[in-house]
Design a protein around this ligand. Sequence first.
Ligand SMILES: C[S@@+](CC[C@H](N)C(=O)[O-])C[C@H]1O[C@@H](n2cnc3c(N)ncnc32)[C@H](O)[C@@H]1O
Length: 254
Amino acid sequence: MQEVKIQVISEKDQASFVQFCAERGIIHDSEAILAIVEREVEDQIRWELKKIDEPKLGAVFVDFVSGAMAHRRKFGGGRGEAVAKAIGVKKGELPTVIDATAGLGRDAFVLASIGCQVRLVERHPVVRLLLENGLERAYLDTEIGLWMQENMQLLNVNHIADLDPEIDFADAVYLDPMYPHKAKSALVKKEMRVFQHLVGADLDADTLLAPALNLAKKRVVVKRPDYAEFLAQQKPQFSRETKNHRFDIYSTAI
Ligand SMILES: C[S@@+](CC[C@H](N)C(=O)[O-])C[C@H]1O[C@@H](n2cnc3c(N)ncnc32)[C@H](O)[C@@H]1O
C-alpha cells in the first residue's frame, strides 16, 4: 500500500478518522501543508482536500450530483464529448470501459452518464478516498443514484496489472496519468493545483500501456498534453487532437 503523510482533520470524530485513514495508508502529520478534512454537509459526510497555506485555493472534493460535473452532464456535449468519441462511442455502441487512472472521476463520469459501464482504478490513497466518498454520495442521489451504481464502480486494486485479462477485460481501457507540467502551470485551475501538489507526476506511467493492451478487447485510449511524447514511446494507430490535448488510440481488435 502506498503511504502518504498529510494532516488528517475531522469536524466530527478526530480519533476515529485518524484511525480510519491510517488503515488506508494516510498517516496524520500535523506539519503537512495538505489536509484531508472530514465534514458534515447537508446531512452527508464529505471528505475534502485542502492546502492549508493557500486557503484561497478552496477545497477539492468529488461531487457528481451538483456543481461543475452535473452542469457538464446536463449541458455538455454528451456523446459528442471528445473523450466519448475517443473511447469509441457511436450510434448503438456503448463500450465497456476500464479507467485505469481514475483521479477525481471526471472523464469516467462523462462516459458513465452517456451509458457506458465504467470500472475505475485509482492507486493514490487520498484520491481514492475522495473518489469513494463522491461515489457514495452519488449512489444515494434520487436522480442519478441508480445508473451511477450500475455504471461507475471503483475496483479494489491499485494497478490494472493486478486485473486478470481472462475475467476483467473491457472494450476500452482509458489512461490519463499525470504528466510533468510545464513551467506555465500557474494557469492551471486553482482546484487542479491542489490536486497536482498531492499526486505529483506519474513517472511510472509507461508501465500502464502493456497491461492496458492485454485488457482491452477493442482499444486503449491515452490522454496526453499536446506537447507530450507517446506513452512508452509506442506509436498509436491514430490520434485525435483537441484544443489542449491529444487522445492516442491503440487498436487491439485485430
Ligand atoms: C490526471 S489524473 C486523472 C484524471 C481523471 N481522468 C479525471 O477525469 O478526473 C491521474 C490519476 O491517475 C492515478 N494513477 C497514476 N498512475 C496510476 C496507476 N499506475 N494505477 C492507478 N492509478 C494511477 C493518479 O494517482 C491520479 O489520481
